[in-house]
Structure formats: structure tokens, C-alpha cells
Design a protein around this ligand. Structure first.
Ligand code: ATP
Length: 759
């Protein structure tokens, strides 16, 4: 048997490879011919609709416009999916029950009992091609199966240990209309089926590729444990943990595409994907469009979740800790109410004229009215009408009028109210005494130390008050401020806004001209459309939280408000948490998610770092989170990390080390420094080209580079209480090479290895 499998084993040699490429080229040609036919059909539908113009009943016109709209979206998809959209193939044994599903493929996961003969030979009963969208032939047989369809699952799930019906899995590499290569994995090497096997497997080929500044989809090489997460039923909360490089971000994004495919109607309510930094948003933004999905998915950084605000500042760890903690709820509640008293020029008393006499409410009486109005928990801005009513009650009492006849009393009172409320003095008073407040006004008020001390009595300590107030006096907002602004928005309630016309595409379509314009927008205005979508939604059907270990309790509250009725996918790694109090953050997450049932998954394989780098990182992991199991690295490069000790000119040494890494890899180089050195480091590498970037340790979260230079591990570790975990993040960003530059703070040994990295 072993001899037989060797015969049909790897046949990378020219002839077989070329032959197999030619086989796939023929299939791809067939798919293209079919796609072109479909495009002609759609174009016909569109021009036909245009010719019929505006003739017909309003209902028929609306139906036609809807049809044209759908056709234009489909056309756009077909056109954009032309690039590299066929990527996989599986060759399968006959299914156990011999039944086929609606897509024409056998439904059974297991092979029929007689599919394998006694002499270990078998026939291939079915060959399926997998792609980014499904394409049916004219006879409805599947030419390409959508990667998210049930029939495609074996492409991802089968392993040599549990191959199911799959004999050979093939990844097809193509560009445009040309097949460039194939990579095979033989899942039943013990069988003789006559299938040739080419290449070293797709996963290794994918992992070895040079990196760019944007993440690629992994649709051609999703691994079985990842596929379990991607296709997990949309339970209330799907929770995924896994070490660095285990594909958590990739899996979360592919899951969004899968959920949309599974239940487009349900998820038309939008999917929100929350990332910790704008850098990670920019890095991951291309993945969903490459999977044919984007319009329904908004990827936003934590600092951009509130419309009209973009966080640009970082808070030092001590300030972040206060701003992120649940204690701020109480402080903000006090501030939202306290701010009512701060309006410039607010009058101390209220004077109006009614029934020919002056009526007055004193400062004490006004304070009592305010207290009564604020008694409930309703948002402060929404309590203004209640305050107005209480003022009128107090003024009415002041008139001293009494009526035995209730009808007459009601009439008199109504007249009184109308008189008063149309008096300019009264409306001016109300505007000044109960101003409509915006979150930013209240946050700005907290920058005053005395005021903050008053509103945070018995909640924050004096040093905390000083630091927080100082941080709020800076120009701009931090990521943590955004969560405070969102909390304030909830405490204050909305301001009345002029109505905006909804931008429903169907409203705007009246014929071919509009379709073309809309299709152009689909093609060219991707960002603009995504932006509009983000602006319009405040609640989502599904919320994905990436790097979930980093959300502060206040950030959990902010994200929680956007998914009150949503299902959730939460991915993270406690060992990479930059939040100093891991327990408090976990508690806040539990509060945000409430009692929703959770399904937990763990990813165990590190696809990013070669073992040489993963080993160094696990030394730090043992210090940062003793007892935590690091993920298993799947690759080795044979290149050990390089250790250097900086001389008198740190900048020159960083520049030289970065330049050296640039000469050693084809793709990107990340220079990771302590947050306090960010600006300096950008200067050091200036002019070295676009392939290299300098980042603060917290900015490196989620990103990856071909090579990474970590500057002074000790400085990174000492910068915050969670410093060791932040260092762990920095050390796990490289796919090929790692260099570490030490300063005296690192107390390197004679080989230049910093103290913290010694095994
Ligand atoms: N099945 C796969 N096939 C090919 N590449 C993969 C696969 N799984 C993960 N990768 C690659 O491994 C790298 C790490 O993936 P990803 O960034 O999603 O990991 P992560 O768990 O989010 O890491 P971190 O916790 O460090 O942010 C990426 O380059 C990704 O494309």
C-alpha cells in the first residue's frame, strides 16, 4: 500500500503540473463562458427595463426598478468576482446514502460502505470546484460552489485524520482568466484512485508569501478548527480565544461573510465589526470586499464608533484606567445634571407677568423644581418638557387662584399656560435655565478640576481627578473619551434634529441612466457607501468584537448599546490584553452580554510566526501570564531572531537595523517602539520607503509584518502595568524575521539578549 501511495504521491515535476494546470484552465474557461452568458442576460434585462421607460402602474414601475436594481448589483458582483474567484476543488468518494442536495452535490459527509474496494482502490464519484460565488451551468449542475455553501464545507473540514469523502483537496491559483498553479493535499494517501498530486500543500504556500500593508482573505486555505468557528450557527454569543496568529481576525471576518450568505435577510440589519485601532481597520478593510461582501458590514475603530468624532489622542495608562472603569458612570451622571447649572448667563430667578401682575420664582424655588424634574432616570434633555411643566405649576400656584368649577379651572389654567409659554421672557429663561446639552459640552466641563472633584466626590481620588481633568484639557479626544461621549449621549438623550432624507437606492432609480449611476457608485464609491451605512445605523443585527481582551468596561457599554438585540462574535486573547485589570474588563463584558448563552471555541495553531519567533514570545508569555499555553507554530524558517545592542545613537542604530531587515525580506517591516517614542521613531526611519513603518507598542495590535524590529523590550514592558502583555504582542507580529535592539535598560547578556527574553 505504501508503495502505491508513493507512486501516486507528490508529482511536482513539470509534466504532471502542466497537465493539471491545463485541466483546471479548461474548467475555468467553461466557467467564464457561462458567466459571460449570465452577464448578457442581466444586461438585456436592464436595457429592456430602460426601453419600457415609465409606462405602467406605480406598482409595476416599483417592481421593475427593484428588478433593475438587483440586476445591477448582480452585474457588479459578477464583474468584480472575475478576479481569482475560483480557487478550490475537491475530489470525493460516493456519499453514504447516495442522495444529492439542491446544489447537485452528494449530501452525505461519509463515504458509501462500498466506495472503497477491498484492494484499497476507489473511484472518484464527484468533483466540486469552490469559488467566491456559486455558478450553475445551464442544466443547473454546479460549475462553482460558493465557499459558504454546505457542499463546500468538506473542502475546509477534511483532514487526513477525518477525511470524510474527500480524497484530494486542491487549491487553484489564478489571475484573471489564467490558471497559474495548483497545490494539492492528499487526504486519503492509502487509496489508489489514479489522482495526481501536485505541490507542497496550499497552506504552507500561503503562509510563506510576503506581506503587504493589507490583510488577505484566507478563503483558499481555511483550516478545519477555523472552519468550525466560521460556520458555527449564529448562537447568541460565539466566543473565540486563541493566541497570536491563530487567525482570530481572519476567522471573524470570514464569519461575517458566512452569516450574510446564510441569512441575508436577517443580517440586512447590518454587521458591525469593532477593531481596537484605525490601523487595524485599514489593514483588514479589504478582506470582505474580496469575499464579495461589504455593504452590510461596517468595520469601525473603537475611537470612531460615535458619529462625528474621531479619536486621535492616547491616554497614559493611569488615565485610561480611570476613564475606562465603571466608576465613570456615576461621575458622568452627576456631570450631565450638574452642567445644567453652568449655562453662561443663566438667570437666578424667574419673573413673568400674568393676570396683570408680576410672578416670581426665587433661586431656592427654582432649585426645588430642578430637583423634582431630575428625579427620574430619563435622559436630561428629554426632561426639559417636564421641567417646563413644573415651572408652570409653580407659577400657577403663585397666582393664588382657586376655582370650584373644575371645567372652568382647567380652562383658566390652559389660558394661563398659553400666555406664559408664548412670553419671550419665559422661553428665554427656559433656554438658559435648562439648556439642551451636547455630550462634548459636558465632557469639556469635566476638564475643570474643581468641578470634576465635585461631580466625582467619593468616586475618584484627588490624584485621579487631577490627571483626568488635565487629559481633558488637551485639544482633541482620546479613544477612551469616545466611550465617555457615548455614555453621555445616552445620559443626555438626543437633541431635536432637522429631518434628513433617507438615501434608499430604490427611491432614486427610475431607469437605466440611474442604474448606471448607481452601478458606478457601487464600483467607484465603495468607501462613500460604507460611510453612509455606518452613519445611518446605531443598532446592528450582529456585532463582531476583535481584540476583545482590550475593551474597557466603558467601551463594552458603548459597544453593547449597538447590539442590544444582536447576535455576537467575540474574538480575543487575554494574554495580549493591554487593560491592566483583566478581571474588571471580563466583568464588564459579562454585563454587556448579559445572560445570553455562549458558545466557546479555542484556536490552537499559530499561522503567523515561525517557531523560532514563537519560542522567544513564549518566554515573555510565561512572565506575563504564567501557565498560559502558547499556540503551536506550524512553520520553521531556520532563521533565529537577531539581537543587537544599541550604542550612543539609538536613532541611527534603529535606522540601520530597519534598513537591514528591508534588505532581507520582500514585504513589510514594522519597527515597534514604546508609545512614548512614536514620533521620534517615525523620524528615525524617514526616507527608508513605504515598506517600513514605525509604531507604538499599542498600535501594533492585530497587525503583521514580514519582519519586525522590537526596540527596547524593557521600555515597552515598563510603560504600563500591562507592559509584559503589550511586549508579547510586539514580539508576535513577524511572519519571517525578528530583530531586537536593546538599550542599557534591557540589561542584555553577552550575546545581546535582553534580560526579559532570556529563556
Ligand atoms: N488558514 C489560513 N490560511 C492562510 N493563512 C492564514 C490562515 N489562518 C491564518 N492565516 C494568516 O495568519 C496570520 C494571522 O492571522 P490573524 O491576524 O487573523 O490572527 P489573530 O489570531 O487575529 O492574531 P493576533 O491575535 O496576533 O492579532 C494572517 O496573515 C492570516 O492571513
Amino acid at each position: 500500500m505504501a508503495a502505491q501511495s508513493a507512486v501516486q504521491g507528490r508529482q511536482g515535476g513539470g509534466g504532471v503540473r502542466e497537465q493539471e494546470i491545463a485541466v483546471e484552465q479548461r474548467h475555468l474557461d467553461r466557467v467564464y463562458r457561462r458567466l459571460e452568458d449570465k452577464i448578457h442576460e442581466v444586461e438585456f434585462l436592464m436595457s429592456d427595463a430602460a426601453q419600457r421607460g415609465h409606462v405602467g402602474t406605480p406598482g409595476a414601475l416599483a417592481e421593475r426598478d427593484a428588478q433593475v436594481y438587483r440586476a445591477s448589483v448582480h452585474l457588479n458582483r459578477l464583474n468584480s468576482e472575475f478576479e481569482d474567484f475560483l480557487f478550490g476543488r475537491i475530489d470525493l468518494l460516493r456519499g453514504k446514502d447516495g442522495k444529492k442536495g439542491s446544489d447537485g452535490a452528494y449530501t452525505s459527509v461519509d463515504p458509501a460502505d462500498d466506495a472503497i474496494r477491498a484492494d484499497a482502490t476507489a473511484d472518484i464519484a464527484e468533483t466540486l470546484h469552490i469559488g467566491r460565488i456559486g455558478v450553475l451551468d445551464t442544466d443547473y449542475s454546479p460549475l462553482v460552489i460558493d465557499w459558504r455553501a454546505p457542499a463546500a464545507a468538506p473542502f475546509y473540514r477534511s483532514t487526513p485524520v477525518a477525511p470524510g469523502r474527500v480524497v484530494r483537496r486542491r487549491v487553484i491559483r489564478s489571475k484573471g482568466r489564467r490558471v497559474l498553479g495548483v497545490e494539492d493535499d492528499l487526504l486519503r494517501p492509502e487509496l489508489t484512485t489514479g489522482l495526481p498530486v501536485v505541490g507542497d500543500g496550499a497552506l504552507m504556500a500561503a503562509l510563506g508569501q510576503a506581506r503587504t500593508h493589507t490583510m488577505r482573505d484566507i478563503v483558499a486555505s481555511i483550516q478545519a478548527e477555523q472552519d468550525m468557528v466560521i460556520r458555527a450557527p449564529a448562537a447568541s454569543v460565539t466566543e473565540v480565544t486563541g493566541g497570536p496568529g491563530t487567525g482570530k481576525t481572519a476567522v471573524a471576518l470570514h464569519r461575517a461573510a458566512y452569516l450574510l450568505y446564510q441569512d441575508r435577510r436577517r443580517y440586512s440589519g447590518g454587521i458591525l465589526c469593532v477593531s481596537p485601532t484605525p490601523l487595524l481597520v485599514a489593514y483588514t478593510e479589504g478582506v470582505l470586499p474580496s469575499l464579495g461582501e461589504e455593504g452590510q458590514v461596517a468595520i469601525r475603530a473603537l475611537g470612531s464608533l460615535v458619529d462625528g468624532v474621531t479619536a486621535e489622542l492616547y491616554d497614559e495608562p493611569a488615565v485610561a484606567r480611570v476613564k475606562g472603569s465603571l466608576r465613570m458612570q456615576k461621575v458622568l451622571r452627576n456631570a450631565a445634571r450638574g452642567c445644567l447649572e453652568l449655562a453662561p448667563g443663566a438667570p437666578e430667578t424667574l419673573r413673568v407677568v400674568a393676570f396683570g401682575r408680576r410672578l416670581e420664582l426665587s433661586a431656592t424655588e427654582l432649585a426645588a423644581v430642578r430637583r423634582a424634574a431630575l428625579g427620574g432616570t430619563a435622559p436630561v434633555n428629554l426632561m426639559r418638557p417636564r421641567a417646563r411643566r413644573l415651572l408652570l405649576d409653580a407659577l400657577w400656584r403663585r397666582t393664588g387662584r382657586r376655582f370650584d368649577d373644575t371645567e372652568l379651572a382647567a380652562e383658566e389654567r390652559q389660558g394661563f399656560d398659553e400666555d406664559i409659554t408664548t412670553e419671550q421672557d419665559f422661553t428665554d429663561f427656559l433656554d438658559a435655565w435648562w439648556p439642551l446639552l451636547e455630550p462634548r459640552t459636558v465632557l469639556a466641563a469635566l476638564a475643570d478640576e474643581r468641578r470634576l472633584a465635585r461631580w466625582s466626590r467619593r468616586v475618584l481620588t484627588p490624584p485621579e481627578v487631577r490627571k483626568v481633568a488635565r487629559s481633558l484639557r488637551r485639544e482633541g479626544v482620546s479613544t477612551h473619551d469616545v466611550a465617555l461621549l457615548d455614555e453621555l449621549a445616552a445620559l443626555l438623550g438626543p437633541l431635536p434634529r432637522p429631518k434628513r432624507r433617507e438615501a434608499d437606492p430604490l427611491d432614486q432609480l427610475t431607469g437605466l441612466e440611474e442604474v448606471t449611476t448607481y452601478a458606478d457608485r457601487l464600483e467607484g464609491g465603495r468607501r462613500g457607501r460604507a460611510d453612509r451605512l455606518e452613519e445611518e445605523r446605531t443598532e446592528y443585527a450582529h456585532v463582531i468584537v476583535d481584540e476583545a481582551q482590550d475593551l474597557t468596561p466603558m467601551q463594552w457599554r458603548m459597544v453593547g448599546r449597538r447590539g442590544r438585540t444582536a447576535t455576537w462574535t467575540i474574538v480575543g486573547d487575554p494574554a495580549q490584553s493591554s487593560w491592566s485589570d483583566v478581571d474588571e474588563a471580563a466583568q464588564a463584558r459579562d454585563e454587556a452580554l448579559g445572560s445570553r448563552p455562549r458558545r466557546r471555541f479555542t484556536l490552537t495553531v499559530n499561522y503567523r510566526n515561525p517557531a523560532e519567533i514563537a519560542d522567544v514570545a513564549s518566554t515573555v508569555l510565561a512572565l506575563a501570564m504564567p501557565g498560559t499555553e502558547p499556540p503551536r507554530a506550524v512553520r520553521t524558517t531556520g532563521v533565529a531572531p537577531r539581537y543587537e545592542v544599541a550604542g550612543a545613537d539609538l536613532g541611527a542604530d534603529v535606522r540601520a537595523a530597519a534598513a537591514r531587515l528591508l534588505s532581507e525580506v520582500d514585504g513589510t517591516v514594522g519597527v515597534v517602539v514604546a508609545m512614548g517614542r512614536r514620533a521620534q521613531a517615525r523620524g528615525w526611519i524617514e526616507g527608508l520607503g513605504e515598506r517600513v513603518v514605525a509604531l507604538g507598542s499599542l498600535e501594533a495590535k492585530g497587525l503583521e509584518y514580514d519582519a519586525t524590529l522590537v526596540v527596547s523590550p524593557a521600555e515597552i514592558a515598563e510603560e504600563s502595568p500591562a507592559g509584559l502583555r503589550v511586549l508579547y504582542v510586539a514580539l508576535t507580529r513577524a511572519t519571517q524575521r525578528l530583530a531586537v535592539l536593546s538599550t542599557p535598560l534591557d540589561t542584555p547578556d553577552s550575546a545581546g539578549i535582553p534580560d526579559l527574553l532570556l529563556p
